[in-house]
Design a protein around this ligand. Structure first.
Ligand code: GCV
Length: 646
């Protein structure tokens, strides 16, 4: 099967490939750089030149620090990239590729580039064996797994290599290769099946990507035959130390472990009366001698709560569990926190845990796989959503201070010929990488980069069309789904399509509390669950009152009457009607724009997207009609514009 070049089509290398290039230095990543330049030269007529020859482009490694930064300057007709580490040189090459012909025009003042965030990671929720409910990839919408097929590693690593190359080109440097829900077969990747992981690591290494593994906290019991997994038990500590040492024998640059513990039924330290810090530090101690890191997920909440119990609020859970542990985590333990307090809904506030643990290393997790945002059947470019979250500052400042040590996305990639099921979902993956490199970047500029790289020869009409269908697609999706931050009106289990009361009487803790008078969850400190007070000022004050709470999040923080007037001047009920009609119209318009691009897009790709637009429009209408009918029936308030509501 042909591998879709995604944002690295041969033509993206035209400018580099037509030049005389000198690559200076040695090492595995320099070899990768040489290989890239040589392939481009072969295609576009340039050549690799020796030391004494005149060069248009010099790519020079000046040390062996492993550093990821690079500098770029152009003077006297030569563009020079210098880096003190192999990764930096590779990123420098891709920088020149992005610049294209601009890299070789006039003079360029020296610019230094380095990633703002050290750890830029993709987590795959891939199962090795097909899971009876979740399949090969949990929440995967792009076919099977890149790494595993039906119980074993895929023999052919060509796609894994191509994946590593794409990831390096957008700045990602770490991948976790298996699901955080570690089932029986997957548990053994840590021990007797580590060779399969080593092969994957070998394919990703030339692109500066370190491989990580999700492990089960119960491993000493299920794999080691011990009677306990108690983190303070010496036998358990010795078992983890030994198992981890053997991992490093197989993979010298192994990145570390990802752990989902005491979360949605996974084993964890609670069973032994221990804390999450005890649990994380156990694995951190095993990894420390080898330079590895444990990513301990903070997605811990009661998924067996009683919907009648109004005092338990899932949104509070991560903060309540983890803030008391601030300062107790080891230096090589990173707490991995979902960007919102719930679970990747189309609109959530930023988790109050971010910023509340100054003495703990933190990674923020987003979801590129579109579990709640259209499952790669709908176009939903998440750049603006992630950018809003990454620019959020707990103290109310904009873009100042430390947000996180790592950024992690749940990958949206599978063995699909277009990588991501929906070809346009590639833009999410690219955007994530670039925002992880620079969280302050303008996502729309990143979208422009993605378009320019993916379709280097795109006429203006194609560029404008792609922008038109992608740019506002997150807001469009938000408009026709759950309103004003309330979230979770999806069909239970698979989470696709509308079901307003789908989770309303369930144990998962995700409710909207709609009745005949109003809708929303009171999370204020004064009369609600107190969640709003988990934020520092000014956010705690802003969210506390419906008068100051941003419209977008009103129903997340407050239960209000349908006649409540938003800052926009509309009532809540009219907003619900209007946005649902608009959302469908916008999806229909995007379908029309795409249809007009037939002559400019590869036919297979055009057809795939066109098909998915049919489904998106169908599904958007279903959302509109169910949500609007539900609220008309509950409230009895007619649409002031008299449109048909069923
Ligand atoms: C991998 C949500 C998803 C689960 C996922 C979980 C998590 O609940 O629906 O599929 O499990 O998040 O992030 O651990």
């Amino acid at each position: 099967m042909d591998i879709d070049p995604a944002w690295l089509p041969p033509a993206a290398f035209r400018a580099v490939g037509g030049r005389r290039t000198l690559v200076r230095g040695a090492g595995p990543l320099v070899d990768t750089v040489r290989g890239e330049v040589a392939a481009a030269c072969e295609r576009f007529g340039g050549r690799m030149v020796p030391e004494e020859a005149r060069a248009d482009l010099v790519l020079e490694l000046t040390g062996d620090t492993g550093d990821e930064g690079f500098a770029c300057v152009r003077a006297d007709g030569t563009t020079t990239v210098t880096a003190s580490g192999g990764p930096g040189l590779l990123y420098g090459l891709f920088h020149v590729v992005r610049l294209g012909e601009d890299a070789f025009r006039g003079e360029r003042a020296r610019e230094e580039h380095r990633p703002a965030v050290a750890l830029r990671m993709l987590d795959h929720w891939d199962n090795v064996a097909v899971h009876p409910v979740m399949g090969q990839v949990e929440r995967g919408y792009a076919g099977g797994s890149l790494f595993w097929s039906d119980g074993r590693a895929r023999g052919d690593l060509e796609r894994v290599r191509a994946y590593g190359r794409l990831l390096a080109a957008c700045g990602i440097n770490a991948v976790a290769v298996n699901n955080v829900n570690v089932h029986e077969t997957e548990a053994r990747l840590l021990t007797d099946r580590i060779g399969e992981v080593a092969d994957i690591a070998g394919a990703l290494r030339p692109y500066g990507i370190r491989t990580h593994l999700s492990v089960t906290f119960a491993a000493p019991v299920v794999l080691g035959g011990l009677p306990t997994a108690d983190p303070l038990d010496e036998r358990v500590r010795a078992w983890w130390a030994g198992a981890t040492a053997r991992v490093y024998e197989a993979i010298g640059d192994f990145g570390g472990f990802v752990v989902k513990a005491d979360s949605e039924g996974r084993p964890g330290p609670f069973a032994y009366g221990r804390t999450h810090a005890d649990g994380a530090n156990l694995l951190a101690a095993a990894l420390a001698p080898h330079g590895g890191t444990v990513h301990w997920r903070a997605f811990v909440y009661d998924h067996r709560q009683d919907w009648r119990d109004r005092t338990t609020d899932r949104a509070r859970a991560a903060y309540d569990h983890f803030v008391p542990l601030d300062g107790e985590f080891a230096a090589n333990a990173v707490l991995q926190v979902k960007h919102g307090p719930m679970d990747f809904q189309v609109r959530e506030p930023v988790s109050p845990l971010i910023g509340a643990m100054p003495r703990t290393r933190l990674a923020v997790e987003v979801q590129a796989t579109q579990e709640y945002t259209g499952q790669q059947r709908h176009v939903c470019w998440l750049g603006p959503m992630w950018s809003e979250a990454l620019r959020f500052r707990p103290d109310g400042e904009v873009s100042a201070g430390r947000l996180a040590d790592g950024l992690v996305a749940v990958s949206n990639v599978g063995d699909d010929p277009f990588w991501t099921g929906h070809p346009l979902a590639q833009a999410n993956l690219y955007t994530f990488g670039r925002l992880a490199w620079d969280p302050a970047a303008d996502p729309r500029a990143v979208l422009g980069e993605w378009i320019a790289l993916t379709r280097p020869e795109a006429p203006a009409r194609l560029e404008a069309g792609l922008r038109a269908v992608l740019d506002g697609s997150w807001r469009t999706y938000e408009k026709y789904t759950a309103p004003l931050g309330v979230g979770f009106m999806v069909q239970p289990g698979h989470h696709y399509g509308p079901s307003v009361d789908g989770y309303e009487y369930s144990p998962w803790g995700t409710y909207h509390f709609a009745d005949r008078d109003g809708v929303g969850v009171d999370r204020s400190a004064a009369t609600g669950t107190g969640y709003a007070s988990q934020y520092a000022k000014p956010w705690s004050e802003l969210y506390e009152s419906p008068d100051t709470c941003p419209d977008d999040l009103l129903l997340f923080f407050h239960h209000v009457p349908y006649g409540h007037v938003l800052h926009s001047g509309k009532t809540v009920i009219q907003h619900i009607y209007d946005t649902h009609f608009e959302g469908v119209e916008e999806a229909e318009e995007a379908r029309r724009v795409w249809a007009g691009l037939t002559d400019l897009v590869d036919p297979a790709q055009h057809a795939r997207v066109a098909d998915r637009y049919e489904e998106q429009v169908r599904c958007a209408r279903e959302w509109r009609d169910q949500v609007n009918s539900y609220f008309l029936r509950k409230s009895g308030v007619p649409d002031e514009r008299g449109r048909t509501i069923h």
